[in-house]
Every structure is written in C-alpha cells, then in structure tokens.
Design a protein around this ligand. Structure first.
Ligand SMILES: Cc1ncc(COP(=O)(O)O)c(C=O)c1O
Length: 472
C-alpha cells in the first residue's frame, strides 16, 4: 500500500483506469513470424511487427548502389558522426516553424550572413537570402525575382510582351523547368567548337528589352568548367552603354559557389560585380551537407521584390518566407551551420583543395591511358569530362560506363547539346570522400577494362541518346 494516494483511483475496466497505448507501441504480431505476405502496391490491411517491417525495407534497399562509388552525383555522400547526431536531433523540426524553433531559424540567418560575406555582398547586413531544398528551388526563386523586376519595369507593356531569360545551352534542367513553369522564353547560347559553355558576347547579343536576366554558371554541370561571369557582366555593360538596357545577372553557383570562394579567391564572379543581382548554391553539393539544402541570396532588398515575400501567422509569430514549399526539415540547415562552424574558411579550403587535387590526378591518369581525350582537367570544379580518342573505334563512352558499372563505379556517359551533339563524354565528379586511394582503384578498374573493350568489333551501344546515369 503506497503511503501517498493520488487524487482518485479509478477502477480497472474501460475508460480512465486504462493506459492509452499508441497503436505504434504494440507488436502487431507478438509471435514474430509473418502470417501473410503484405501487398506490394496496396496499403496492408493490418500492422506488422516493427522488426519485420524494418528488415523488409532494409533488405530491399540493399540493392541500391553504394553512394561513395557514385561518381555521377555532385551531392554529399559522407558526413561526420557529429553531423549525423545533430541531424538526428533535428529531424522533427520543421524549418517553416520559425516561431517554435527560433534557434534553428537563427542558425539559418547566420548561414545567410556567412554566405553574404563569403560572396562579397557590398553590405552583408542588407543582403537578403534564404535556405531552400536545393539549388533547383533557389533558381526558381531567383528567376521569379528577375521576372517580377522586369514586370515592374515594363508594367505598361506586360502581359503583351513575353519575357525571356538568356543562358548557355549547358544550363542544368532546373532552368528549363523555370522557363516552362513560369512562362519565360529560354534564349540559349549554343555550344561551339571546343567552347562547351556560354559565350559572353553571344549572350549579350540575345538580350533585348524583354530579357529578365542572364544566367551564368559556376561551374557547368556538363564538364565542370566555370563560365566567364566577369566577361559576361562586361559584355552587358556594353549593351547598357549602347542601348540603355540594364540586364541583371544571376549566378548559378550550385557547385562553384562553395568552391571558388576557397580555391579561386581572386576570381571575380560574385557580388563584387555590380551586375550580379543574385546567387544560388547547393549546401548539399560542395557545401558538404547531406541532401537537401540550398541557398538563394540577393545583393540587396531592391533585388528581391518585397511582394514575393509572404508573411504567415498560423504557426505563431509573423515570419516572412520566400519559398516554393511550406514544411521542410530543419536538420539540413543545422548541418550546414555545423559544417561552416566546424571547418571555417581554412577547413573548406582544405577539403575542396583535396577534391581538386584528386580530380587533377585522376584526369591525368586517365589521359595517360592513351585511349581518352580530356575536355576538362578538374582544375575549376573538381570535375572532369573526357571522351574517347579519335583513333578509338572499337568502343565508345557508353561501353566504358557500362563496364565501370560492373566494377561498382557509377560514371555517367551522355551526349552534349546543340551544336555538339556529335560529342559523347564521361564525367567524373570528385567529392569529399573520394580519396586518393579510391581514385587509384578507379583508375586501375578503368585500365583493367580496356583490353576487353579494345577487342570489341565495334561499340556495343545502340541508343546513343540514352545517357547512363547523368545526374544533375
Ligand atoms: C549548375 C547547376 N544548377 C542547378 C542544379 C540543381 O541543383 P539541386 O540538385 O541542388 O536542385 C545543379 C545540379 O547539379 C547544377 O549543377
């Protein structure tokens, strides 16, 4: 008999005398074994034990590739245990709920401030920015801001006039999406000869009074090369002198925005150039965070029309938001702050330099094999693209991609866009975690595949248009 008594002791039975048990707490099948195989494409009628459900899902996922051997993706595939712990601690935090999670919101604010400083905003305190799910969302937001600014400037002519966006044909698919979704005409500068990205002069010539902006990429998804952003701005300065048109530039720094500030400090590509209105980058690429976090920043408040920013009070508080979605995890933003704090400028420089060194070494080793021609050498983004040498006729890049897959490596092969559809390449993305040791194994596997490939009567590929695993 306890010495103290509660307020009321309800009798057992239904109602207050029973504990309420969350249905998740019970083992659905206490005996353990499954009695019936669950349907694959229909919600099962009844629960199953968590251990069984875990095992079923876990086993199915074993057939996914090994992300560390994936040389197709730009996205981070390794973080430290401390970052994992922080992300686990934050997985229930909703980024939109800034009133409930003010510290997470504060960390987002600090990341924006750090990026404004890193990207040389003239007055970092008046630069505006936000986190996103990735660069795609960030590009949509930046494109919307460009379009709205153009609409404001052309209020008397809109909707009669059709807005256009000028960019290289090598833009990532997110820009095709932007133009499609927001009804903006894409004006694409084609590739030409050995130029695999935008030409500043050609871009300037495509601009007219309906151009909402020009996109410059640091660096190109196709081959890792940096587009000449400063030359692009200079060409647009000349357009302004000649015609009065003041065309803003958006820099898609999905990858390079987190590489150039550490490795190419003298390269002017960012807010140092007055014509650069906005910049995006993927926190989950060379920002070194697991997917999905991206960043969009505007030079100042004028570059981001106020009417695009919504204020919501249904979660408490009155928070401004500029985003395509509403709810989204806070864990990635916290992990970004962790990485910034943990590495600092020196740490990021070391990590990116290591990736660039590996890229340079692997590119050189691939070139030495004799069967390949390098298009880029990994000295801008730590990414290089290569194709077969002109005298190689027995096999093509698609065959190489397939053979490397047999050894566990994912190396995408794809054709280039107009006017270089004749060119098919392989691309290797060197990321943090692709160590010198792994790189050596990669070159060994590539070298080992060559004798058999050389013995082929002809390339085995039938559908050259079908790229193998071309990831963002
Ligand atoms: C230049 C460029 N822009 C945009 C994107 C889209 O980025 P995200 O995957 O973060 O949406 C990518 C992805 O590779 C890219 O390379």
């Amino acid at each position: 008999m306890p010495l103290h008594r509660g307020n009321t002791e309800a009798p057992d039975g239904d109602g207050p005398g029973r504990l309420s048990v969350n249905p998740f707490f019970g083992e659905a099948n206490p005996v353990g074994g499954m009695t019936e195989a669950p349907p694959r494409h229909r919600l099962p009628d009844a629960p199953m034990a968590p251990s069984s459900a875990y095992q079923v899902v876990h086993d199915e996922l074993m057939l996914d590739g090994n992300s560390r051997l994936n040389l197709a993706t730009f996205v981070t595939t390794w973080m430290e245990p401390q970052a994992n712990a922080l992300m686990a601690e934050c997985r229930d935090k909703n980024m939109i709920d800034k009133d409930e999670y003010p510290r997470t919101a504060e960390l987002e604010r600090r990341c924006v401030a750090m990026l404004a400083d890193l990207w040389n905003a003239p007055d970092p305190s008046s630069a505006v920015g936000c986190s996103t799910t990735g660069s795609s969302e960030a590009c949509m937001l930046a494109g919307m801001a460009l379009k709205r600014r153009w609409m404001r400037r052309n209020a008397d002519r809109y909707p009669g006039a059709r807005p256009n966006l000028v960019m290289g044909i090598n833009v990532q698919v997110c820009w095709d999406k932007f133009c499609n979704f927001w009804e903006v005409e894409p004006r694409l500068v084609p590739m030409e000869g050995e130029r695999f990205h935008l030409d500043p002069q050609a871009a300037a010539e495509l601009c007219d009074e309906n151009t909402i902006g020009v996109v410059g990429i640091l660096g190109s998804t196709f081959d890792g090369s940096y587009e000449p952003i400063a030359d692009l701005c200079a060409a647009l300065d000349t357009v302004q002198e000649r015609t009065g048109l003041d065309v803003p530039v958006h820099v898609d720094g999905a990858s390079g925005g987190m590489v150039a500030p550490f490795l190419d400090e003298d390269l002017e590509w960012d807010f140092r150039l007055p014509r650069v209105a906005s910049i995006n980058s993927s926190g989950h690429k060379y920002g070194l965070v697991y997917p999905g976090v991206g960043w969009a920043l505007w030079r100042d408040k004028e570059a981001l029309p106020e009417e695009l920013v919504f204020r919501v009070n249904y979660l408490g508080g009155d928070m401004p938001t500029f985003a395509l979605n509403f709810s989204r995890p806070g864990a990635q933003v916290v992990a970004q702050y962790y990485s910034f704090l943990r590495l600092g400028r020196e740490g990021y420089r070391a990590v990116q330099q290591a990736a660039r060194d590996v890229a340079g070494q692997v590119a050189e080793a691939v070139e030495k094999l004799g069967d390949f021609r390098l298009l880029t050498r990994g000295d801008q983004l730590p990414v290089f693209a290569f194709t077969t040498a002109p005298d190689v006729t027995a096999y093509d890049v698609f065959d190489v991609s397939r053979r490397m897959r047999e050894a566990g490596w994912l190396v995408p092969a794809y054709t280039f866009p107009p006017h270089r559809e004749d060119l098919s390449v392989l691309r290797v993305v060197c990321r943090n975690g692709f160590s010198t040791d792994l790189a050596e194994l990669f070159v060994e596997d590539l070298s080992r595949s060559l004798p058999e490939l050389r013995r082929q009567p002809r390339p085995a590929t039938h559908d050259k248009g079908a790229a193998t695993g071309f990831h963002h």
